[in-house]
Design a protein around this ligand. Structure first.
Ligand code: HEC
Length: 195
């Protein structure tokens, strides 16, 4: 019978591979080999994976979607979900207050800043940082900014190349703790009074 004939397995003469009986074009015939085992397993795993994925994310909702994960992280960082810049600028206006950060800031101060501003911030080459006056602004964000950009023409370099952003925040936070202290021999006030 016609059907039975087409079912008999034909083999390639040279390699012994199975030939696909009904697929021929210009005398070129397609082989009908079994798929490699590793390939079949990968295929099965992707199916299992997709079922598990849909179950976790869409059926029982055990894990947040990517965009929700991002929103959560932005909220945890204190910013809004509208963009990264909000979180960054918020971090620039709030001084660190935890003791380890302030201790780290003090260490940087002693190494890098003391020579010009003196131990207690009373001022020498650099201005007095303990009084209620300031050349570049009194707020933490002003202090952080002047450390970042410096005032090179007046003798205060930009610390960007020597300190990481984290270190600049720590030392700026430490500077904020100097305000209102009364070290000996303070330098006369410079700049504008703080509000
Ligand atoms: C080589 C000397 C020198 C060093 C080192 C130095 N400063 Fe200054 N600093 C100055 C001078 C000079 C000014 C005043 C700039 C001006 O007149 O605009 C100043 C200004 C400042 C101000 C702004 C004061 C104000 O009245 O607005 C801050 C804050 C400050 N320095 C912090 C630091 C910190 C923190 C470090 C260490 C990371 C540091 N400085 C290291 C010389 C120095």
């Amino acid at each position: 019978m016609e059907i039975n004939q087409s079912k008999t397995v034909e083999k390639d003469e040279l390699t012994g591979d199975k030939l696909l009986s009904d697929h021929e074009y210009d005398n070129i015939r397609e082989l009908d080999n079994n798929l490699p085992k590793w390939w079949v397993w990968m295929f099965i795993i992707t199916i299992v994976w997709s079922v598990a994925y849909i179950f976790v994310y869409d059926v029982i909702k055990a894990a947040p979607y990517q965009q929700d994960e991002w929103k959560n992280e932005m909220a945890a960082a204190g910013g809004s979900s509208s963009g990264q810049s909000a979180a960054v600028s918020a971090a620039d206006t709030i001084a660190l207050v935890d003791q380890p950060s302030l201790d780290a800031g003090k260490e940087i101060w002693i190494k890098q800043c003391k020579v010009c501003h003196l131990d207690g911030g009373q001022g020498l080459v650099g201005p007095n940082l303990t009084d209620n006056f300031s050349i570049h602004g009194c707020a933490y964000s002003n202090v952080l900014n002047i450390i970042r950009v410096g005032a090179p023409e007046k003798g205060m370099i930009s610390w960007k190349t020597q300190l990481s952003d984290d270190q600049m925040k720590k030392v700026a936070s430490f500077v904020m703790t100097l305000k209102g202290t009364t070290p000996p021999n303070p330098k006369a006030p410079q700049g504008e009074p703080c509000k």
